[in-house]
Design a protein around this ligand. Structure first.
Ligand code: ITT
Length: 208
């Protein structure tokens, strides 16, 4: 196993979850900031997978020869809004607009829409770029992308203070509450990010 995992994100909310989920890998997980890496990344892909790979490659270009680089591209798809905000979730209404305002806006756009039509999901693509110089069986094993999703619906009000981003408006039937009302262990067990990172972990164990 390589010395460390560099996680290509500037989002502290993601980073908190990533650290918890990858805890049992027994390998240090560093954010870009902790690794002193701050590349300019242009997320101009048209899918979560493409954008995750763009981020992972940009950080891998600045990383050490032993580093495993992972990146997360994620977002919220609301079916009634043609899967908006989708890959533009972070940029929706402007990157610096507060989630209070973004969440209130999405609820307003669903005004009068019944529960069956409020379906939504969080999607998370995790891309991995592995260190060069190893004997990977297939060249494509040096880079791979996995996806995890969680199905839910958009509620009628913001609830809860855990999590980040769109969590206060994303409700799951299994628990009858928003993902911002779940403790972090429960969210990580059922979430898009938890599922994608566990798939990624399995793949890494096979390859390294
Ligand atoms: P990095 O690119 O630096 O990782 P980012 O916040 O710009 O950070 P994305 O482009 O992947 O990341 O945007 C993801 C957005 O989707 C994020 O900012 C949230 O608004 C939303 N999102 C993703 N996962 C979420 C989760 O678990 N809970 C709530 N909102 C989430």
């Amino acid at each position: 196993m390589s010395e460390r995992i560099l996680f290509a994100t500037g989002n502290e909310g993601k980073m908190r979850e990533v650290r918890m989920i990858l805890e049992n890998m027994n390998i240090p997980v560093l954010s870009m900031k902790e690794a002193g890496i701050d590349p300019v990344i242009e997320e101009n892909g048209s899918t979560f997978e493409e954008n995750a790979l763009i981020k992972a490659r940009a950080v891998a270009a600045c990383a050490g020869p032993q580093d495993i680089v992972l990146a997360d591209d994620s977002g919220l798809e609301i079916d009634h809004l043609n899967k908006e905000p989708g890959i533009y979730s972070a940029r929706y209404m402007g990157e610096d607009t507060s989630y209070r305002i973004k969440n209130a806006n999405l609820i307003k756009r669903l005004d009068g829409v019944p529960k069956e039509q409020r379906t939504a999901r969080f999607v998370c693509a995790i891309a991995a770029v592995l260190p060069p110089g190893r004997k990977y069986e297939k060249l494509e094993d040096r880079e791979f992308v996995v996806r995890g999703t969680i199905e839910g619906y958009i509620g009628w009000e913001e609830r809860g203070t855990n999590g980040f981003g769109y969590d206060p408006i994303f409700y799951v039937d299994e628990f009858g509450c928003s993902t911002a009302e779940l403790d972090s262990e429960t969210k990580n067990r059922i979430s898009h990010r938890g599922k994608a990172l566990r798939l990624c972990e399995e793949r890494l164990k096979e390859l390294l």
